[in-house]
Design a protein around this ligand. Structure first.
Ligand code: NBG
Length: 746
């Protein structure tokens, strides 16, 4: 979520007044805002997208809740020590949180473990199921108000905390197992810390526990609330949607079935009819390692009743597959919810959901043609695309007050709730004075970032250099490595040719690596070591500087986006489902240097090819190599002198005098097939030359001040499509089928 104070003042439309009042008191609003810790309840684009959606839902007055966990420790704080990432716990609640309201009146019990006892209910003649000998946790909600922009609508982000059950688990206690009953303190782990992986699923039991914990509580509450408002009638629940944000909350499918059948007495068919009209699924990645699959043993031990229900869903679904494709066992193997000893959460979400959407056009096409092909063939009507967006309230109005005020002076403030209005600014692209003003604002924002970098990293950067920025989670597919290898190459070029004519460039990185992701952490160390060598080499006259900004988070991101000239969006084509940083850079007037991946494709479509710099393999080419082979990075290494030189520097101690072997793993990952993983899985060497060319184009284009200003202004003013307001309107209309005028409930 980032910080709440600034955003709340903005959405109450009182930011300017409060700022002035504080000024009169001799207080600086920024200093006050800096006192608040970021609520780091997620870990990357997936979580921040949800935060933007909440802002848009409230602004558009749609009644919606965000549901999550009140983690005691959020995403770790990153310290850089000696060039290495060190993870420090983020105790964000230690001084209390003024932006939350505890709602003890909405407590729920969540049950884990034990076994399922069944009996026949003589009165109804139905088989009933009860969980016995379980351990339970009490889920207590805290509501964080989500304020709509200037409209008196306040929605809630509801995050669940875990408290111990007052009475001990009775059956353990009866068996004299007192020690067991008190020792386990089952509540703690359910909210201990957020899990730091982005686009990677580690299969930890804790994760499934946390998922069921908050999903069960949220669904129980939603059903109760609905019944309270509809005279106890649960049957019209289909008016509600549970929009599953990736597969993480997919256990909601079975939990809803359980609540409808076991607690409300519905028959399977009735419950299934409701469930399949209330659940919808958004897919956020095609990365194989991100797909959640739970071993049956773990799943059924932790959630015995839920497992029974999933088994029955699977049995019926497999029947359907067989009916549609008689004799085709391959289809069953590829599509079943339970197969090979595993429960496949994406398959559960698709088979139960009434909608399946991707998060950018290209991503949705890849889902339909590749990853989810069989499902698309069987139920094409469920599939649709909802290209991601960002909220301009945080990422322009709050993050970049100079630009926001300048725009408002020119066209009024309608853009705050209708970002397409920015197109009215396009007339200023051909206005010399306006161009100068735009670039002066960019310059001031670069000075602001330079100050931040000086204070936090102790490095002097030149605001007249090109600020070339890559900030996002560290992942091999995002290819921070390609960026830093190119910096190493450029450094070699300058050393060979000290008079080389180039615009000074500051390469800025910011990224957290998952604590257990070795090669990602090694990449951070490499960036810092390269920075150390280059920044201390006076012979290059400050032509390049490299900065790694510690602890990249929502708050410093706001400062970074506003100051960027170049937006690095260089993922291996097909791997980045959408990206949202790309949109934040664009909105603030940066040019995209990127591959044709994720939402970059649509950004280029909006601004025109001439207003972006595109390079590298296309997603089709990548997918073809992956399926058919034919790529050999060693061939490039052997034939390209510059690339070989750079790669040798990974293992000759140039950037690691104390230990020349320090970057051996990175070197190996590029050149050697290891443990079933192909050499250079992410096509870094393959794309290197075209990336270096693209970088040359950036240099050349920046020299032409007029045309550069035009380009970055066009980027900003054509960002209208990428407002999360547009995305949410699409969800509301196409998926949830909500009416345009929301009904105000008493
Ligand atoms: C991420 C993708 C991004 C995308 C966000 C939001 C996961 C699983 N996926 O490309 O990698 O922008 O989701 O959709 O974190």
């Amino acid at each position: 979520m980032g910080r709440a104070l600034g955003n709340n003042m903005i959405n109450l439309t009182k930011y300017h007044e409060i700022k002035e009042a504080l000024n009169e008191l001799g207080l600086d609003i920024n200093v006050i805002e800096d006192q608040e810790p970021d609520a780091a309840l997620g870990n990357g684009g997936l979580g921040r997208l949800a935060a933007c959606f909440l802002d848009s839902l409230a602004t558009l007055e749609y009644p919606a809740y965000g549901c999550g966990i009140r983690y005691k420790y959020g995403m770790f704080k990153q310290k850089i020590k000696d060039g290495y990432q060190v993870e420090v716990p983020d105790n964000w609640l230690k001084d209390g949180n003024p932006f939350e309201i505890k709602r003890s009146e909405y407590k729920y019990e969540v049950k884990f473990g034990g076994y399922v006892r069944s009996y026949r209910d003589e009165a109804t003649g139905r088989d009933m199921f009860v969980q016995e000998d379980y351990r339970s946790v009490i889920a207590v909600p805290y509501d964080l108000p989500v304020i709509g922009y200037g409209n008196n609508t306040v929605n809630s982000l509801r995050i669940w905390d875990a408290e111990p059950v007052n009475t001990f688990n009775l059956s353990s206690f009866d068996k004299g197992d007192y020690q067991k009953a008190i020792e386990e303190e089952p509540c703690k782990e359910h909210r201990r810390s957020s899990l730091p992986n982005d686009n990677h699923y580690a299969g930890k039991e804790l994760r499934l526990k946390q998922q069921y914990f908050f999903v069960s509580a949220s669904v129980q509450r939603a059903v109760d609330r609905y019944k309270n408002m509809h005279n106890g009638d649960v049957k019209a629940l289909r008016k509600v949607t549970f929009q599953l944000n990736d597969t993480h909350p997919t256990v909601a499918v079975a939990e809803l079935m359980r609540i409808l059948m076991d607690e409300n007495g519905l028959e399977w068919d009735e419950a299934w009819d409701i469930t399949t009209k209330t659940v919808a699924y958004t897919n956020h990645t095609i990365m194989a390692e991100a797909l959640e699959k739970w071993p049956i043993e773990l799943f059924s031990r932790l959630l015995p009743r839920i497992y029974q229900i999933v088994e029955e869903i699977n049995r019926r679904f497999v029947e359907e597959i067989k009916a549609k494709y008689p004799g085709d066992q391959e289809k069953v193997r590829k599509m079943a919810v339970i197969y090979d000893g595993q429960v496949k959460m994406a398959h559960l979400a698709i088979c139960a959901g009434y909608s399946v959407n991707g998060v950018a056009k290209l991503h949705t096409e890849i889902l339909e043609k590749q990853e989810l092909k069989d499902f698309y063939e069987m139920m094409p009507e469920k599939f649709n695309n909802k290209t991601n967006g960002i909220t301009q309230r945080r990422f322009l109005l709050h993050a970049n007050p100079l630009l926001a005020d300048w725009i408002t002076d020119k066209i009024g403030d309608d853009w705050i709730t209708n970002l397409k209005q920015l197109e009215k600014m396009l007339v200023y692209v051909n206005d010399e004075k306006a161009r100068q003003e735009f670039m002066q604002i960019k310059h001031k924002n670069k000075v602001r970032l330079a100050k931040y970098i000086k204070e936090h990293n102790g490095i002097d950067v030149n605001p007249d250099s090109i600020f070339d920025v890559q900030v996002k989670r560290l992942h091999e597919y995002k290819r921070q490595l390609l960026n830093i290898l190119h910096v190493m190459y450029l450094y070699n070029e300058i050393k060979k040719n000290p008079d080389m004519d180039m615009v000074p460039r500051t390469f800025i990185f910011g990224a957290k690596a998952a604590a257990g992701y070795k090669i990602a952490k090694q990449t951070i160390k490499l960036i810092n070591n390269v920075a150390d060598v280059i920044n201390n080499d006076e012979s290059i006259n400050g032509k390049i500087k490299v900065v790694f900004i510690e602890n990249y988070n929502v708050s410093n991101a706001e400062i970074i986006f506003a100051a960027a000239d170049v937006s690095e969006q260089i993922s291996t084509a097909s791997k980045e489902a959408s990206g949202t940083g790309n949109m934040k850079f664009m909105l603030n007037g940066a040019i995209t240097l990127g591959t044709m991946d994720g939402a970059n494709v649509e950004i280029v479509q909006e601004v025109g090819e001439e207003n972006a710099v595109i390079f590298g393999l296309s997603s089709d080419e990548v997918i073809r190599y992956e399926n058919e082979g034919g790529y050999d990075p060693m061939e490039i290494f052997n034939n390209d002198q510059d690339i070989r030189e750079v790669l040798m520097e990974l293992i000759n101690g140039k950037y690691s005098k104390e230990d020349p072997e320090m970057f051996r793993d990175i070197y190996n990952s590029l050149l050697n097939t290891q443990e079933g993983r192909k050499a250079d899985t992410y096509f870094i060497l393959k794309d290197f030359c075209s990336y270096a060319d693209a970088q040359k184009k950036i240099d050349a284009r920046y020299r032409d001040e007029t045309s550069w200003a035009k380009t970055v202004m066009i980027n900003s003013f054509k960002a209208g499509k990428f407002s999360s307001d547009r995305t949410i309107e699409e969800y509301a209309t196409d998926i949830w089928k909500l009416t345009k005028t929301p009904v105000k409930l008493k």
